[in-house]
Design a protein around this ligand. Structure first.
Ligand code: ATP
Ligand code: MG
Length: 303
C-alpha cells in the first residue's frame, strides 16, 4: 500500500507543535540557518563524476549529484542501481576510483567516515546501525556526544554548572524522543523494538548529531502504512522546521513524488534522470526504466 500524502498532512495538522525547539536552539547557536536567498540555490554538497566498481561490475559510472540548501532530494532507481553505494562514497565508507566529493566547497573525497560525520554529514543505514543493548533515550544521548563539552562532563560530579550541561543535553534528547512520539518506549532496549520503531530511533540518533546534511537510506523500508506515514511526517517536519537539506533513497514512488523537491534517478550505476518530480514523472528514459516494455509498472523493490 502506498502512502497517501493527505493522511500525512492530516496527522501533521493534528499535532502541532513540532517539538524540537531545544534542538533548533542548539543548532542555531553553532550556525545560521540558511537564508531565503540560499534556499534551493546554494550548493552545499557535490559528488562529481563518481565512478566505482567492484570486481568487473560498475556500481557507479560518472555520477554527479548536487544538493542545495533547504532541498529534499530523493534518489530512486531499481535494486542494485548504485543508490546505497553513492551514499557510501559521500559519507566516506567507500573510496571511489574516480571523482570528488565537496562539502561547502571543501574537498572531502579522502576524509574518513568519522571525520565526515563530525562535519555534520549524518546518515541512517539501509540495515539499521544502533547500539542494540542500549535504550532508545541512551542511543539518542550517544548521538549528542560531539556536542558535549567533555571538560564539563569530567567535572560533572563536582560542579553544578557541569551538571546543568548534562541536564541540558538530556532535555535535548527528550525533545527528540517527544518529537518522534517515542515516549512510551524511551527506556526500552533498542533490540526489543519492532523494526519500524528501530528505524525511528535511528532517525532520532542522526538528528541528535545536529546534522548539517541528512542522508537517509530507505527510511520507510519494511514498515506498515501507518509507520510509513509517520516517518514521512517526521521527515517533512525536520526539513521544514530545522531547514536541514536531506538526501533520501526511497522506493515508495508516491512518497517521493509528493515530498521531494528534486529527484535523481539511477539505473545500472548511471544517472538517467535529474529534475523536478513533475519532470521526472514524464521523462521517457525514466519511464522506460520504471515501466516494463509492456507499459506495466514493474516493482522496483524486490523484498
Ligand atoms: N561492498 C561491495 N562489494 C561488492 N559489490 C558491491 C558492494 N557494494 C555494492 N555492490 C554492488 O554494487 C551494485 C550497487 O549496489 P547498491 O547497494 O548501491 O544498490 P542499491 O541501488 O542501493 O540497491 P537496493 O535498492 O537493493 O538497496 C550492486 O550490484 C551491488 O551488488
Ligand atoms: Mg540500497
Amino acid at each position: 500500500m502506498a502512502v497517501d500524502i493527505r493522511n500525512v498532512a492530516k496527522k501533521r495538522e493534528q499535532r502541532y507543535s513540532y517539538g524540537l525547539t531545544l534542538l533548533r536552539e542548539s543548532i542555531e547557536k553553532d550556525r545560521d540557518l540558511p537564508t531565503e536567498d540560499e534556499i534551493f540555490k546554494k550548493v552545499i554538497l557535490k559528488a562529481e563524476d563518481i565512478t566505482i566498481s567492484f570486481g568487473g561490475l560498475n556500481a557507479l559510472s560518472d555520477v554527479t549529484l548536487e544538493l542545495r540548501e533547504g532541498e529534499l532530494l530523493a534518489i530512486i532507481g531499481p535494486n542494485g542501481a548504485g543508490k546505497t553505494t553513492l551514499l557510501n562514497v559521500i559519507s566516506g565508507f567507500y573510496r571511489a576510483q574516480k571523482g570528488e566529493v565537496y562539502f561547502q566547497d571543501q574537498k572531502i573525497t579522502h576524509f574518513s567516515s568519522h571525520r565526515i560525520a563530525a562535519m555534520g554529514i549524518c546518515r541512517t543505514f539501509q540495515n539499521i546501525a544502533l547500539y542494540t543493548g542500549l535504550s532508545v533515550i541512551d542511543n539518542i544521548i550517544a548521538g549528542r556526544h560531539p556536542h558535549i563539552n567533555y571538560n564539563f562532563l569530567n567535572g560533572m560530579l563536582y560542579f553544578p554548572w557541569a551538571r546543568r550541561e548534562e541536564a541540558r543535553q538530556r532535555q535535548i534528547a527528550e525533545d527528540i524522543v517527544d518529537f518522534l512520539e517515542m515516549e512510551q518506549v524511551r527506556n526500552t532496549t533498542v533490540g526489543m523494538l519492532s523494526y519500524g520503531l528501530r528505524k525511528r530511533a535511528e532517525l532520532g540518533r542522526a538528528l541528535a548529531l545536529e546534522p548539517r546534511i541528512l542522508l537517509l537510506d530507505e527510511p520507510m523500508a519494511g514498515m506498515n502504512l501507518d509507520e510509513k506515514e509517520d516517518i514521512a511526517r517526521f521527515i517533512i517536519d525536520i526539513h521544514e522546521f530545522l531547514r536541514i537539506p536531506i538526501v533520501m533513497i526511497e522506493h515508495d514512488m508516491g512518497v517521493v513524488m509528493d515530498i521531494a523537491d528534486r529527484i535523481v534517478v539511477l539505473d545500472f550505476g548511471v544517472k538517467i534522470g535529474d529534475g523536478l518530480p513533475e519532470e521526472i514523472g514524464k521523462d521517457p528514459k525514466v519511464v522506460s526504466a520504471y515501466l516494463g516494455a509492456t507499459g506495466e509498472r514493474v516493482a522496483w523493490k524486490i523484498s
